[in-house]
Design a protein around this ligand. Structure first.
Ligand code: M6R
Length: 365
């Protein structure tokens, strides 16, 4: 049932204040602002030397954001790779390490093969899944649920933000166990997660402005997405969503890589979507953005009030998100990239819920 929405995807985008809140209530105790994992862990975060994450598509971008979080807050080294590469590389893995697999369906062939490889290497096997009855669930020692309900649209939306919410909570839990964050920091980080549902609702209200931008995006042949640090995987997610839904060619680059090649693509016809809510790296990204603007690129900046004040004039469009703690900013910044792809595609009249050539669950390699 699509409710009042034209597509399942729209319904799923709009469910996110509730789904994020629901996921969060599984992982944290909102009354004390502490993480509270319910799953019995077959490993100990305190003594872990390395975390290896494998996943495909959108789930792999959740893994990249998680790498920033685990490294920053838990000082835990993280390797993350798409499962289709990881499985054939056969990387050496230290006995007793932790391997984590992220999947909405729990059935993706490459991710499952990566899981089986890691199990064979004596790794602890953990999965973050939306389908508790899946093959990956059966083959994992511990399953962390995303709890966002069935996702019908082929393009992943609410599963991604649920994955991020769970991963953020796990990174805080790891930080607490490893003594790399204080009780005070734990409370601040958990509190910042609890601000998300309201902030996401506010971001969804950008829809009218997004529709205007989408009309123009629908005429583009190529679109560039830029982000730095934890915003880089959100740029990748934005580019993937646009490709999947509208069939417009889109690429994401880490903002600092721009001058190493891709800036050659920029001309007056090139929309460039810059994902830069205010954080420690925003100023760097904005200076890369000015280089694009100087070459005529049409900038669409996703930021917050602080970012908007910093850029001043000269940017074609600014989508202003509510200000949240930088820890949770990638989760919030996902909303406008989803809306941009959705509205560009629905404006073009493509089959949003069932894009050509794609399957919801990729069970063959
Ligand atoms: O079910 P999974 O999470 O394992 O699926 C992984 C990818 O196939 C999936 O995220 C795909 O990239 C989506 N179509 C993205 O919107």
């Amino acid at each position: 049932d699509k409710g009042n929405h034209r597509h399942f995807m729209a319904k799923e985008i709009y469910e996110q204040p509730e789904t994020v809140s629901h996921t969060l209530s599984h992982y944290v105790d909102m009354s004390s602002d502490k993480v509270a994992l319910r799953e019995a862990l077959p490993f100990d975060f305190a003594t872990l030397k390395r975390l290896t994450i494998s996943a495909c598509g959108t789930a792999s971008y959740a893994g990249i954001v998680a790498k920033y979080w685990f490294e920053r807050y838990a000082r835990l080294p993280v390797d993350v790779d798409v499962a289709s590469e990881f499985r054939y590389r056969e990387p050496p893995l230290e006995q007793g390490g932790l391997s984590l697999f992220i999947s909405q369906s729990g059935e993706t062939a490459d991710t499952l093969a990566a899981l089986r490889y890691c199990a064979g290497q004596g790794q602890h096997i953990a999965s973050l899944l939306n389908s508790p009855e899946s093959t990956m669930a059966r083959e994992s020692q511990v399953v962390f649920p995303t709890l966002c309900g069935p996702e019908i649209g082929v393009a992943s939306t609410k599963a991604f933000t649920a994955q991020l919410t769970a991963l953020a909570s796990l990174a805080v839990a790891a930080g607490v166990a490893r003594g790399t964050i204080s009780a005070q920091q734990e409370a601040e980080l958990v509190h910042s997660l609890t601000t998300l549902p309201t902030a996401i609702s506010a971001a969804l209200a950008l829809e009218g402005q997004v529709e205007d931008i989408a009309k123009r995006l629908s005429k583009a042949k190529d679109v560039l997405y830029l982000g730095r640090g934890q915003m880089y995987p959100i740029a990748m997610e934005g580019a993937l969503k646009l490709k999947e839904l509208s069939y417009i060619h889109a690429e994401a680059y880490p903002a600092g890589e721009l001058k190493h090649g891709p800036i050659a693509l920029v001309d007056e016809l090139m929309p460039v979507i810059v994902v830069a809510p205010s954080d420690e790296l925003m100023a760097k990204t904005l200076s890369n953005m000015q280089e694009v603007a100087a070459r005529g690129g049409k900038i669409i900046l996703i930021t917050d009030e602080v970012g908007k004040q910093t850029v001043g004039e000269g940017v074609a469009e600014v989508l202003v998100l509510p200000k949240v703690a930088s820890f949770v900013a990638p989760i919030l910044a996902t909303i406008p990239v989803q809306l941009l792809a959705y509205h560009t595609a629905s404006f073009m009249g493509t089959d949003v819920d069932q894009p050509r050539n794609l399957a919801k669950s990729v069970t063959v390699e």
